[in-house]
Write a protein of this length. Structure first.
Length: 330
């Protein structure tokens, strides 16, 4: 199976929707009824969407599924554009779907999956800056997109310093780039602040942002199935990093730089998870991880090891789903 999924055969395009359907069938007839902190402290753009659709559970699930599917297929586009993986494959799409479907609690519309769309286009603009002379528009666009994403899911704003780190790795950083990126960060907040000020609700906006800034994370939603699955992902990340950097001298300079940026994004995501978020951060982390995991699975020379890792991933994902729906109690 893993050999087929690694390929670029048309049949994989038929397998992907089937896998997605099987992983997402339960939320359509069993409402999770799980509320995360971002449901209690919704940012303005997310709150407007939820207020509009909150009484239609199946619409929330469909919207989340469509956004997940869109991002999954966009992973093929970004891989083709920047050649993260030197063989043509649909594995990044499969990997993203598996990662984004890991937790049944998140299989309904939530702020993180909406922000993930902004995150995808932000990193696209960041990678587009490689070897360009004028990257002011790249810096502004990526900051603007991350800022816009934070108006759905506030923790997105913590990725802002990654723009500077990525540009240092891929190109250069100057005072003009720093200034332009700050403008991109502030502009969406200026627009939303003007709207709240016009409607005499500016105090409400300040309170929402302050509450999100002061949020203390207690990991109250984590259970044994989560911890087992997260432990596996940590192992997968470490194995991928060790494998990549062990053979880094054989990689093209552009690939080295791209993966340095991807691993930095993963590191930032882990830090955000530890101090300011919960399992929903995986929906954003899934973008760099799907490329990193796919590259690792393709580069592994030991076919048995590749199959084993992939099968353990599937088994733990299914266990996670069954544990949530109380099909199994251990």
């Amino acid at each position: 199976m893993i050999r087929l999924l690694k390929s670029y055969q048309p049949i994989v395009l038929f397998i992907i929707p089937i896998v997605t359907f099987l992983l997402w069938i339960s939320p359509f007839y069993s409402e999770p009824n799980i509320f995360f902190y971002f449901d209690n402290l919704p940012m303005p753009l997310y709150k407007w969407i939820v207020d509009l659709l909150n009484n239609y559970h199946w619409i929330l699930v469909v919207c989340s599924l469509l956004l997940t599917s869109l991002l999954a297929y966009l992973m093929v586009h970004i891989n083709t554009k920047y050649i993260f993986i030197d063989t043509r494959t649909y594995l990044p799409t499969i990997s993203f779907i598996l990662l984004a479907s890991s937790f049944a609690e998140l299989q309904q519309l939530n702020s993180a999956i909406i922000s993930a769309i902004c995150f995808y286009f932000a990193i696209d603009r960041i990678f587009d800056s490689y070897r360009k002379n004028d990257i002011l528009s790249n810096a502004f666009d990526s900051a603007f997109l991350i800022s816009t994403g934070s108006l759905f899911y506030f923790n997105m704003v913590y990725y802002f310093p990654m723009i500077w780190i990525a540009l240092v790795i891929l190109n250069k950083l100057s005072w003009r780039i720093i200034l332009v990126s700050f403008l991109g960060l502030l502009l969406p907040y200026f627009f939303i602040a003007f709207y709240f000020f016009y409607n005499e609700k500016l105090d409400n906006l300040v309170e929402i942002i302050a509450m999100n800034l002061n949020f203390i994370h207690f990991y109250e939603n984590l259970n044994i199935s989560h911890l087992i699955y997260i432990s596996f992902l940590v192992f997968f990340i470490l194995a991928s990093a060790i494998s990549f950097y062990a053979g880094i001298n054989t990689k093209k300079i552009s690939i080295r730089k791209y993966y340095n940026v991807l691993f930095w994004f993963v590191l930032f995501s882990i830090i955000i998870f530890l101090f300011a978020s919960s399992i929903e951060i995986l929906l954003i982390m899934a973008i760099p991880l799907s490329l990193i995991f796919s590259n690792y699975l393709i580069q592994i020379k030991n076919e048995w090891w590749s199959k084993t890792i992939f099968m353990v991933w599937i088994i733990l994902l299914i266990y996670n789903q069954l544990h949530f729906y109380k099909v199994i109690g251990f």
